[in-house]
Design a protein around this ligand. Structure first.
Ligand SMILES: *[C@@H]1O[C@H](CO)[C@@H](O)[C@H](O)[C@H]1NC(C)=O
Ligand SMILES: *[C@@H]1O[C@H](CO)[C@@H](O)[C@H](O)[C@H]1NC(C)=O
Length: 350
C-alpha cells in the first residue's frame, strides 16, 4: 500500500472522543467539533491540511446493539417486564429503555433531526420505519445466543432481522408506493448510517468462569471476527457509513463492583474492577484494529469510531467536577455532544 492510499484509508476512520463536558474544548487542539445546538459540523484541522466536511445527514439509521441502545426491543420481543424508572422523568410513560431518560442513540437521532428509533420487534401501534429501524435488545451478545442465553437476539440474529426487514420493505414498496411514508426507500439503505454498540455482555459473561488473560484475549479476537463478518455482510449489501461505539468501562458498573470488587486489591484508582476494565481496553484496541482492517478491505466505507470508554470513565472518575447535573445526565449524550470532538487522529493509527 503506498503512502497516499494509506492516508486515504486513515481519513476514512473518523475518531470521536470527548475532552471536557462542561467547558468548551480549547481550539488549539481541536480538530472537529460537533456543534450540537446548531446541528452543524465545523471542521478545523491542525494536522491535516485538507478540510473534509462531515455532516450528520443520513436519510435513515439502522442500529445493532444491546441495552445501551435498546429503545424497546426486548420489552416488545420478550414482553420483558420493566416497571421501575422506565421513562418517568423524561418520556413520562414507559419507554422500553433500560434507562429512565434518553439513551445516547436518542441524542444522536435528535442531532440528526430524525425521530427516535422504533424497535424492529414492536408490533403494536403501527410504528414508522421510514427513517430506520432499531435491532438492539438488552442483554444481547456478539456471539450467537444458545439455549442458555437470556436473550436470543444476538448480533447474528439482529443481522438476519435487518436483511429480512430490507427484503420485506423493498417487496412491499414495489407493490404499494404509499408505504414509502412508513419504510425507507431503496436508496436510503445505501445512504443510511449503520450503528454498532455491542460487546459489553460478551465481556461481562466471560468473567463468571475461571479464565486466564490469554483466554480473554483469544475470546475477544473471536468477538471481533464475528463483528467484522457482520459489517462485511452489510457492506456487501450496500452499506457504506458505519458508526462504531467502543465498549464502556465495564468494571465501573455497580453490579460488577458489587460482585467482583469486594477485595480492595481488585479495584483500580477509579474504584472500578481492574480486570474488567483491562478486558474492555483490550476489546477497544482490537475493535479499533478491526475497523482499520475493515477499511482496508472495503474501499468505499467510512467508519466513525466513538470512544465511549473515555467519555464514561471521565464522567465516573470526575463526577465531582460535573456536579448533580452531570449525574442526572449520566447516560445522556447531550452533555457529551456539546463538546465531543471528532478528529482524524492519525497519531493513534499505526
Ligand atoms: C467516505 O469515503 C469516501 C471514499 O471511500 C470519500 O470519498 C468520502 O469523502 C468519505 N466521507 C467522509 C465523511 O469521510
Ligand atoms: C478528569 O479530569 C481531569 C481534568 O480535566 C483530566 O485531566 C482527567 O483526564 C480526567 N479523568 C479521566 C479518567 O478522564
Amino acid at each position: 500500500m503506498d503512502g497516499r492510499e494509506k492516508q486515504e484509508r486513515k481519513s476514512r476512520l473518523l475518531f470521536a472522543f470527548a475532552k471536557d463536558f462542561v467547558t468548551a474544548p480549547p481550539i488549539s487542539m481541536a480538530l472537529l467539533y460537533i456543534l450540537h445546538s446548531l446541528l452543524k459540523l465545523a471542521f478545523l484541522c491542525s494536522f491535516w491540511p485538507t478540510v473534509i466536511p462531515l455532516s450528520l445527514n443520513y436519510p435513515a439509521v439502522f442500529n445493532f446493539g444491546d441495552s445501551n441502545s435498546d429503545t424497546g426491543g426486548l420489552v416488545a420481543g420478550k414482553a420483558f417486564p420493566m416497571t421501575q424508572f422506565n421513562g418517568e422523568t423524561y418520556f413520562h410513560e414507559p419507554s422500553g429503555r433500560f434507562c429512565d431518560g434518553r439513551l445516547i442513540i436518542d441524542f444522536l437521532m435528535e442531532a440528526m433531526e430524525l425521530p427516535y428509533m422504533n424497535p424492529y420487534l414492536e408490533s403494536v401501534g403501527s410504528p414508522s420505519f421510514q427513517t430506520g429501524c432499531n435491532f438492539a435488545t438488552g442483554g444481547s451478545t456478539i456471539l450467537p445466543a444458545n439455549a442458555a442465553s437470556t436473550n436470543p437476539f444476538s448480533f447474528n440474529l439482529q443481522l438476519s432481522q435487518f436483511f429480512r426487514f430490507k427484503n420485506r420493505a423493498l417487496t412491499l414498496l414495489s407493490k404499494d408506493k404509499e408505504l414509502q411514508n412508513y419504510l425507507p426507500a431503496e436508496d436510503d439503505f445505501n445512504k443510511a448510517l449503520y450503528i454498532f454498540d455491542i460487546g459489553q455482555n460478551d465481556l461481562d459473561r466471560v468473567f463468571y468462569f475461571p479464565v486466564s488473560d490469554e483466554q480473554v484475549v483469544a475470546f475477544i479476537s473471536k468477538l471481533m471476527s464475528e463483528l467484522n463478518y457482520g459489517m462485511k455482510r452489510l457492506y456487501d449489501a450496500g452499506a457504506r457509513n458505519f458508526w462504531v461505539h467502543n465498549t464502556g468501562p465495564l468494571g465501573c458498573l455497580p453490579r460488577i463492583i458489587a460482585t467482583f470488587g469486594k477485595k480492595p486489591s481488585n479495584l483500580d484508582e477509579h474504584g472500578c474492577v481492574a480486570s474488567h476494565n483491562r478486558a474492555a481496553t483490550v476489546f477497544n484496541k482490537k475493535l479499533h484494529d478491526m475497523c482499520l482492517q475493515f477499511l482496508a478491505h472495503s474501499p468505499e466505507a467510512n467508519i466513525t469510531y466513538v470512544d465511549i470508554f473515555s467519555i464514561k470513565l471521565n464522567l465516573i472518575s470526575n463526577y465531582s467536577l460535573y456536579g448533580k447535573q452531570a449525574i442526572n445526565h449520566f447516560f445522556s449524550f447531550n452533555v457529551l455532544l456539546q463538546s465531543i470532538r471528532i478528529c482524524f487522529q492519525d497519531s493513534s493509527i499505526h
